[in-house]
Every structure is written in structure tokens, then in C-alpha cells.
Design a protein around this ligand. Structure first.
Ligand code: BJW
Length: 240
């Protein structure tokens, strides 16, 4: 199966990779759903909605600062690195990620399209326009309020919030033009991102899922590579 996917990639003009939390699992960053997932321990309604932040910004920040610490201590794994090398050695590779952890960039991927934002960025909740990128792994953020007096918030996309339209457009254009779409380590249940593989497939892309478990996408994918991304992506790279 890996050889078959490698043949498609070699023949492809445009390869798009869509990643989710599963690609960072082997770096020790918890996924959201399933065994050991964050949503088994915490309720998304309490931590990942604009209503939760309006109700208790300190609690939400506490959760994000804890996750920042965990991610700062983690290292990109062989899956992140294989994708960075794939883009470096051939043209026409676009990386889309739902992850907010910044590990693709740390592995050497130059311009991943971060569909759900980045947990190292902050922006002001008022309309003063302040936004900043914190130092990954730097000292914990002590200033949680903007100079205008309003709360700063993590620049991530919470449930019920729209994705940045320019970012989503860029991802949709890439998915629709893809010859091969690799969907790596995502449960494929969170919309609108979960629609991208279906959009790609309706055009003409071969859709390849890389995941340790079955997802709603599995039955629609042209090929499913069942196993850890940190092993399968380097294996795919070797087969190219
Ligand atoms: C491995 C592995 C290994 C493990 N190797 N694989 C019905 C009801 C209610 C709401 C909705 C509804 N239908 C649609 C919605 C909307 C909602 C939604 O989709 N909900 C569904 C869950 C039902 N979507 C939204 O609200 C979005 N916004 C929106 O729709 O706006 C519309 C709008 C328009 C105009 C005005 C206003 C609104 C926004 C969604 C934002 C999601 N945010 C989060 C948090 C980000 C910030 C943060 O990190 O704190 O994004 S939630 C969380 O889920 C995070 C992830 O990016 C996202 C996807 O998760 P992912 O990456 O797939 O991870 P997991 O854990 O789910 O899966 C991991 C996978 O890896 C598993 O399959 C494992 O098997 C696998 N795996 N180890 C390979 N080693």
C-alpha cells in the first residue's frame, strides 16, 4: 500500500497534506478525542468556546498556559520531520494543519496553513487590533491583559467561531487542486476542515488516510494506511 501511494505522489503535480492532533501524539502532545484525549478530561464547553472565555477568562488561560508548557517541552517527531523534508525536496506540496502547537514549523516546515490558529499567538478581545506572537518555550506569559485594558486571548479557533476566511479559502483552493491528499492523524469530525477531503475527492484527488484508528473518512479514502504517523510517513518517504 505504501508503494502504491508513493507512485501516486511521484506522478502528482500537487500534493496536499492535512494534519490533526494525531501527528503530534508521538511527541507526547495529547490528542482531543479517544483514549487519553483532552476531551476525556475536560469539557470543551468549559474551555474552548467564546462563551467559556467570557465566563471565566482566567480558567481558560490556565488551561492554555498548561498546554503551552507541555508543548514547549515536546519535540517534533519523525512524522513532522518527514513532511518537512517532503516539501523541501519537491515543489507543489502544501501543508494544512488543524494543530495549534507549532511543531510543524519547529520541524522545518516553512509555511504550514494553520486552520485553527496558533497557541503561541495572542490577540486583544477588544477591537484595538493588538496581536502578538509569544516566544515558543519562553517564560510563561504573565501579562494576560492588553495595554488597552481588555483581556488578551489565545489566537486559536474555538467551537462556534468562524475560521479566518482567507486561511480557509487558501486551504479549500489547495484541496480542490490536489492530485493527492494525505490526511494524517485527524478524527475528521470537526467542520469545516472535515469537508476538505470530500471536496478534494469530488474534484479528482486520491485521498490517503494515515491514522491508527478508523474515522468517518476511512470508508471514503482511496487508501488507508493504518498505523502511527511517525512510522508511516518516514516509510512513505523511503518509498519515494
Ligand atoms: C493518530 C496517532 C498517531 C492518534 N498516528 N494517527 C453539530 C453540533 C455542534 C456544532 C457543530 C455541529 N456540526 C458542525 C458544528 C460546528 C463545529 C463542529 O465541527 N463540531 C463537531 C465536533 C460536531 N465546528 C466549529 O464550531 C468550527 N467553526 C464553525 O463551524 O464556524 C461556523 C461559523 C460561521 C460563521 C460565524 C460563526 C460560526 C470551529 C471548530 C474549532 C475547533 N477547535 C479545536 C480547538 C482549537 C484550539 C485548541 O487547540 O485549543 O480544534 S477543537 C479540536 O478539534 C481542535 C482540533 O484542531 C480539532 C480537530 O481535532 P483532531 O486534530 O482531528 O484531533 P482528534 O483528537 O479529534 O483526533 C486525533 C486522531 O489522531 C484520531 O483519529 C486518532 O486515531 C489519531 N491518532 N495517534 C496517526 N500516532
Amino acid at each position: 500500500m505504501v508503494d502504491r501511494v508513493a507512485t501516486w505522489i511521484r506522478a502528482a503535480e500537487r500534493v496536499v497534506v492535512l494534519t490533526g492532533a494525531g501527528i503530534s501524539a508521538e511527541s507526547g502532545v495529547p490528542v482531543f478525542r479517544g483514549a487519553g484525549g483532552l476531551w476525556r478530561q475536560f469539557r470543551p464547553e468549559d474551555l474552548a468556546t467564546p462563551q467559556a472565555f467570557a465566563r471565566d477568562p482566567s480558567l481558560v488561560w490556565e488551561w492554555y498556559l498548561w498546554r503551552r508548557e507541555l508543548i514547549a517541552a515536546a519535540q517534533p517527531n519523525e512524522g513532522h520531520r518527514a513532511l518537512a523534508r517532503l516539501a523541501a525536496r519537491r515543489a507543489g506540496v502544501t501543508l494544512l494543519t488543524q494543530n495549534v502547537d507549532g511543531l510543524h514549523r519547529r520541524a522545518g516546515s516553512e509555511a504550514p496553513i494553520e486552520l485553527h490558529g496558533n497557541l503561541w499567538r495572542v490577540r486583544c478581545t477588544s477591537n484595538c487590533g493588538y496581536a502578538a506572537l509569544d516566544d515558543e518555550g519562553g517564560p510563561p506569559r504573565s501579562q494576560l491583559r492588553c495595554t488597552c485594558g481588555a483581556w488578551l486571548r489565545p489566537a486559536v479557533v474555538w467551537f462556534g467561531e468562524p475560521l479566518d476566511p482567507t486561511t480557509l479559502d487558501a486551504a479549500s483552493v489547495a484541496a480542490e487542486a490536489a492530485d493527492v491528499l494525505l490526511v494524517v492523524g485527524t478524527s475528521a469530525v470537526v467542520y469545516p476542515v472535515a469537508a476538505l477531503p470530500h471536496m478534494a475527492r469530488r474534484r479528482h484527488a486520491r485521498v490517503v488516510e494515515i491514522n491508527v484508528d478508523e474515522t468517518p473518512l476511512s470508508s471514503e479514502a482511496d487508501v488507508v494506511l493504518r498505523g502511527p504517523a511517525g512510522e508511516l510517513l518516514p516509510a512513505l518517504e523511503r518509498a519515494l
